[in-house]
Design a protein around this ligand. Structure first.
Ligand code: ATP
Ligand code: MG
Ligand code: FE
Length: 340
């Protein structure tokens, strides 16, 4: 089974070809960092236009890389949300057009399911259920992944996402865009104990995450003039790691899981990966993290989610909607109200 995956929900345009037995036959990606850098963040209108220009050439490049034609593909998997709606529409409409033209089934993939299942593309031995820490630009959640399409949300952020906190801190410290890798690099030259920063919700009886207070504390530390940017970056990163570990440890006591798994852009961070690996080891649990390129947005994870859905017989009609919001566990959202 060969699946073509398309991704365009934020500021990465990507196309990939992945087989059901985990062969990544093609992986094409065009970032838009240079387009957005002058604005210090992703501009939705610029992103949508860039996706329009980049996507079709990337699909052609992916087919050429794998040495196949559209006729050899078994299904087209396209991100249908959540994300910036203009970009999502570009990818989904392209996927629908290709599916229609080639007479192939469409699979409308939830971008978060792409992140959530990406560890299974990286590791053939990763079985359900697993405890997933999903840490990305728009999300910070703990999920029990019970199967394809079966996600139980155990915790989420009550304010900022983890990646958002990295991006805002980078901006406050003048480290540039995109923020996560810039903070990680600066942190290497800093002392994680230099700046006293809060650990919001650590030790709390509630399961959730919070990062807004940390961002305000970073602002105060910067304005105090007492600290080097590298020390603030290192101390911030350590505070985020401590929050992630505390909240994840709390869930390990509650769930039966085959492994502790991390995914999403922030999972590319070495300090985050290292701390989670040690936590898993403490609990005698396997730890699985996808390679760094598979953590940040890409189309291989969308093609892989497509392969998992294909195997489960989960296909979509050509009128599948593009969604700006699309929770993995709608029951949790209903139970607690929007956002939490
Ligand atoms: P979502 O997946 O929630 O819709 P997104 O697709 O924009 O959001 P991803 O591409 O999964 O997010 O991840 C991007 C985020 O990951 C950004 O916030 C970025 O700063 C962060 N990030 C990337 N690399 C690192 C790193 N090395 N350290 C910390 N954060 C990182
Ligand atoms: Mg991005
Ligand atoms: Fe993402």
């Amino acid at each position: 089974t060969l699946i073509l995956g398309l991704e365009s929900s934020c500021d990465e345009t990507a196309a990939a070809l992945v087989t059901a037995d985990r062969a990544i036959r093609a992986h094409q990606l065009a970032g838009q960092e240079a387009d957005h850098r002058p604005f210090g963040g992703v501009v939705p209108e610029i992103a949508a236009r860039a996706h329009v220009e980049a996507l079709t050439p990337l699909v052609e490049a992916a087919l050429a890389e794998a040495g196949v034609s559209l006729a050899d593909v078994d299904a087209i998997a396209a991100t249908a949300g959540p994300g910036l709606i203009g970009g999502v529409m570009v990818g989904l409409v392209t996927g629908k057009a290709l599916a229609l033209a080639a007479g192939k089934p469409l699979i409308a993939v939830n971008h978060l399911e792409g992140h959530a299942l990406s560890p299974r593309l990286a590791d053939p031995d990763l079985a359900f259920p697993y405890l997933l820490l999903l840490v990305s630009g728009g999300h910070c959640q703990l999920l029990l992944v019970e199967g394809v399409g079966q996600y139980r949300r155990l915790a989420t952020t009550i304010d900022d996402a983890a990646g958002e906190a990295f991006d805002k801190t980078a901006k406050l410290l003048g480290l540039g865009f995109p923020g996560g890798p810039a903070v990680e690099k600066a942190a290497l030259a800093g002392d994680p104990k230099a700046v006293p920063l809060p650990r919001p919700l650590v030790g709390s009886g509630e399961p959730h995450f919070s990062f807004a207070g940390l961002k305000s504390a970073v602002l105060r530390a910067r304005d105090s003039g007492l600290y080097k940017a590298e020390d603030i970056a290192a101390s911030f990163q350590q505070a985020v790691v401590d929050c992630l570990i505390d909240r994840t440890r709390r869930q390990l006591a509650n769930v039966e899981a085959s492994a502790l798994v991390v995914a999403g852009g922030v999972a590319a961070n070495k300090a985050v990966r290292g701390a989670l690996e040690a936590l898993a080891a403490d609990h005698g649990l396997r730890f699985v993290a996808p390679p760094q390129w598979l953590c940040t947005d890409n189309a291989a994870m969308i093609a892989w989610a497509g392969a998992e859905r294909y195997k489960a017989g989960l296909f979509d009609d050509l009128d599948a909607p593009a969604r700006a919001r699309w929770p993995l566990d709608p029951n949790a959202e209903k139970a607690r109200g929007a956002g939490v």
